[in-house]
Design a protein around this ligand. Structure first.
Ligand SMILES: Nc1ncnc2c1ncn2[C@@H]1O[C@H](COP(=O)(O)OP(=O)(O)O)[C@@H](O)[C@H]1O
Ligand SMILES: [Mg+2]
Length: 240
């Protein structure tokens, strides 16, 4: 993981992004190695969701460089970026309410990324709750089940680089613990994870490295081993 010669799974250099006239990212730099779990912290409005959307080509204009496994994507449309093996789980989970849990799992296309997506059987092994609820309608699932389904759906596509936006938001502590176990298990399976979080206590223990964003820029980055020393600074930046 510390091999300097390894190609990063994601390398963002001087990324700027706009929504129409509104300039929201002002030179973001990030580098994520294959198999790493990285968290992107920041206060509301810091630009974390915009960073994920910019990676997926979902903002307006973008400038700078975003390399996925060494491939430049700054001029690519969203569908081509996704085919490089990126899976984006947005804040709004997008579960189809009228479909059953299992039907939601059957929807995603195989992105043909070179690694096949997880089978439904593998998904049920990883998320036993979803197996129990497979015939339940989307609207009948709890918030935690919907969140697991949203992540599971991405795993079906064969994506290996996961962009997860505030997955713990609004969920009960016991569900947040289950999500933490899910992240640990994804890491063990070799997935690369970028997590946007407000919930510092959830994200910090899971992350190999932490980034802090403010006003559309990265203002701090450090490894898990420096977390304790950085706590006073994080307190100032995030109020944690
Ligand atoms: N669709 C949009 N159009 C215009 N401005 C937006 C849009 N979405 C977000 N912004 C602005 O971009 C900035 C960053 O927002 P966002 O990326 O959502 O922050 P975070 O996810 O860290 O809370 C904020 O000032 C926000 O108001
Ligand atoms: Mg956000």
């Amino acid at each position: 993981m510390n091999d300097k010669n390894m190609t990063p799974a994601l390398e963002i250099s001087d990324l700027q992004a706009w929504y129409g006239e509104s300039h929201v990212l002002h030179g973001v730099n990030m580098r994520v190695m294959p198999g790493e779990v990285v968290t992107l912290l920041g206060r509301n409005g810091a630009g974390r969701t915009s960073t994920m959307r910019a990676i997926m080509g979902l903002t307006g204009a973008r400038k700078g460089s975003i390399k996925v496994n060494g491939v430049e994507t700054i001029d690519m449309p969203t569908h081509r970026i996704a085919h490089l093996g990126l899976g984006y789980c947005p804040e709004e989970r997008g579960i189809f309410a009228s479909l059953s849990c299992e039907e939601n799992l059957m929807l995603p296309p195989d992105l043909k990324t070179g690694t096949p997506g997880m089978s439904v059987a593998e998904i049920y092994e990883m998320f036993p709750n979803l197996a129990e609820r497979k015939h339940s309608q989307g609207t009948r699932l709890s918030g935690g089940e919907q969140q697991m389904l949203a992540v599971a759906r991405i795993l079906r596509t064969g994506a290996k680089l996961l962009l997860l936006d505030e997955i713990s938001e609004g969920l009960a502590p016991v569900i947040v613990q289950a999500l933490a176990r899910m992240i640990v298990s994804l890491r063990a399976k070799g997935y690369t994870v970028v997590m946007v979080e407000q919930n510092f206590r959830f994200a910090a223990p899971l992350a190999d490295r932490l980034y802090v964003m403010e006003h559309g820029q990265i203002v701090e980055q450090f490894g898990a081993d420096e977390l304790e020393a950085k706590m006073p600074l994080l307190n100032t930046l995030l109020g944690v």
